[in-house]
Design a binder for this molecule. Structure first.
Ligand code: HEC
Length: 198
């Protein structure tokens, strides 16, 4: 008797799940009622939607003025000749010129500069497009900026850093590709190339 009873109970449990309609088509389970649906689903604005709560109607807010992103080093020299000269006079490479930093600089230079400037800095990189034909050698005793106070082989650390950051003419800005520390490492290596006999 107990065996039969268990069998009936089991089949009732199995059948009670996923009921089928009278015509044999399976009904969708009822989603149930939500108590206070606002608590599950907030009325959030889409990131780029118009927002009446702000006078400029932008939902995506800009960072507060003067905010500095974590790990970002502000650069206070503008992309002008005066600030190029000033960077050359004022900026000091914070890195020690040891083997590790120098070798890192060499690798970074190979990745970001050599295709135009040549691995040995002679200006004969693999890119031969006419726009880049006038890549100077770091050992040249000429200035590529009219009225700059320096020539290629006399570039100070700050000049090189400024050029990496802002670029110059056909050379685009590189601040986005390399971090502050990486720029200074590249400077260490470029200094070496100024002395290479070509
Ligand atoms: C797309 C090619 C290209 C790349 C990449 C490039 N440069 Fe240049 N660079 C140039 C050209 C062209 C000039 C000369 C611009 C001119 O005379 O108008 C130049 C000039 C310079 C100068 C001299 C600027 C001055 O005002 O005296 C320095 C220093 C320099 N580059 C460093 C670098 C370093 C370091 C890198 C890598 C982080 C790099 N460049 C990457 C093309 C490039």
């Amino acid at each position: 008797m107990s065996n039969n009873f268990l069998l009936i109970l089991l089949s009732l449990i199995v059948l009670s799940c996923g009921g089928s309609g009278s015509d044999g088509i399976k009904e969708k389970p009822h989603p149930g009622y939500e108590y206070m649906p606002d608590m599950y689903r907030s009325f959030a604005y889409d990131a780029y939607s118009v927002n009446p709560n702000f006078s400029d109607s932008m939902t995506a807010r800009e960072p507060v003025k003067g905010t500095i992103p974590r790990g970002f080093m502000p650069f206070e020299y503008a992309n002008t000749l005066e600030d190029f000269n000033r960077a050359g006079e004022e900026m000091i490479n914070p890195l020690e010129n040891n083997d590790k930093n120098f070798q890192d600089g060499k690798v970074l230079y190979g990745m970001f500069c050599a295709h135009c400037h040549g691995q040995n800095g002679d200006g004969k990189g693999s890119i031969t497009h006419p726009v880049y034909s006038a890549v100077p050698s770091y050992a040249d005793d000429i200035s590529v900026r009219p009225r700059s106070k320096t020539t290629m082989k006399n570039l100070e650390d700050g000049h090189i850093y400024h050029t990496i950051f802002h670029g110059y003419n056909a050379m685009g800005p590189h601040y986005n590709f390399v971090t502050d520390e990486e720029r200074w490492k590249i400077v260490l290596y470029v200094n070496e190339l100024k002395n290479v006999e070509k």
